[in-house]
Every structure is written in structure tokens, then in C-alpha cells.
Design a protein around this ligand. Structure first.
Ligand SMILES: [Zn+2]
Length: 195
């Protein structure tokens, strides 16, 4: 492989839901592609579904992504699938275990540009690993804001709604397939039920 520079690095694109993280990721990948660089894109497996998927279902073109295990030793499949790729992108990074930090570090040590995108806070407004660790070891961090669905100010938080009502603090962080919705909210408008 030919590295872009003598060393690789890690870029993190983070922020709340609806802040344009994936669009920013795709923008960076398009620029790399135009420069003739080889790009590989990965997503975490949810519900044990592996194989091919796409990144970027909302706006603009999509990228084909490999779906890899999100927990434990399986996260290393990202490195095993690479050949001469200059750029490695990982979307929905918040669904990976902390193993993603070590994998990303290794990829950057190999001389690759690693672009990681994911949410940095849980719906409770707490740090959502592994993004905080990735932000600490990254060379570059961009934290994007959405627009608060309640008041229109910059939003950094994920408001979870269950049946249209703010979720309870004791709910599990990730519920696959639950009847719930999310909206971006600012600190003032973010509500966490504790009753
Ligand atoms: Zn607000």
C-alpha cells in the first residue's frame, strides 16, 4: 500500500443525531476518491446481520459498506478485510465495543487515514463509549451540532421518546426494534424522566 503521508492518523466526526455526521463522512470519502485513493467503509452488525450494506441513506450518493461484528475480537475483521486501502471509514461507531479504539489505533499505525463517525452521547446525555476514547486519541475531532427540535438553538443531545414521551433514565441505552423515536435537542430542552 502507499500511505498518504509517512504516518496515518485518526479523524473523528461526532455530534448528536441529525447533525450531519454521515454527510460529512461521505464528503470526505468523495474527496479521497477524486484524488484516486482507495477507500473502505465499515458498519457494525446489528441483529447478527453481516455482509454488504450502504452508508448514507438520506442525502446524496451511497457508499457500499462491509458489515462487521461490533463486539470483541470480531472487530478486527475490519483490518483483515483491508488490502491496499489508503482510507478506512467506520460509520455508526457508537455501536462498537471499546475494541474499536485499539483497531483504529492499529490502522493509523499501519499508515492509514481512519475516519470514524458516531454519536458521542447517550440519550441520557452521558459519554457514549467508544467515541470519547476515540476523540482522545484522534489527531482531528469535529463535533457537529444539529438544530433543537424544540427551540431552534444548536443541539448537542439526543432526546429519546417512547410513545411520544421523554424516556426514563433507567431505560437501556440501546434497544433494537423498540417503538421509539429520537430528536435532537439543546441542553435546556433535553428531558430525562427520573420519576
Ligand atoms: Zn432547545
Amino acid at each position: 500500500m502507499h500511505a498518504i503521508t509517512n504516518s496515518g492518523w485518526i479523524e473523528v466526526v461526532t455530534g448528536s443525531m441529525f447533525s450531519g455526521k454521515t454527510e460529512e463522512l461521505l464528503r470526505r470519502l468523495r474527496r479521497a476518491e477524486i484524488a484516486g485513493q482507495e477507500v473502505a467503509v465499515f458498519k457494525p452488525a446489528v441483529d447478527d446481520r453481516y455482509g454488504e450494506a450502504t452508508v448514507g441513506s438520506h442525502v446524496g450518493r451511497q457508499w457500499n459498506a462491509s458489515v462487521v461484528p461490533s463486539q470483541g475480537e470480531g472487530v478486527w475483521e475490519i483490518r483483515e478485510e483491508l488490502n491496499g486501502h489508503d482510507v478506512v471509514a467506520i460509520d455508526e461507531a457508537n455501536f462498537f465495543s471499546a475494541d474499536l479504539v485499539e483497531v483504529s489505533q492499529r490502522l493509523a499505525d499501519d499508515g492509514r487515514r481512519v475516519v470514524v463517525s458516531g454519536i458521542d452521547q447517550t440519550y441520557r446525555g452521558e459519554p457514549f463509549e467508544p467515541l470519547p476514547q476515540l476523540m482522545a486519541v484522534a489527531e482531528y475531532v469535529d463535533k457537529l451540532q444539529a438544530i433543537c427540535a424544540q427551540c431552534g438553538e444548536p443541539a448537542t443531545r439526543n432526546q429519546r421518546l417512547v410513545g411520544g414521551e421523554p424516556a426514563h433514565a433507567d431505560d437501556p441505552t440501546i434497544v433494537v426494534g423498540a417503538e421509539e423515536s429520537y430528536e435532537a435537542r439543546c441542553r435546556n430542552c433535553h428531558i430525562l424522566r427520573r420519576d
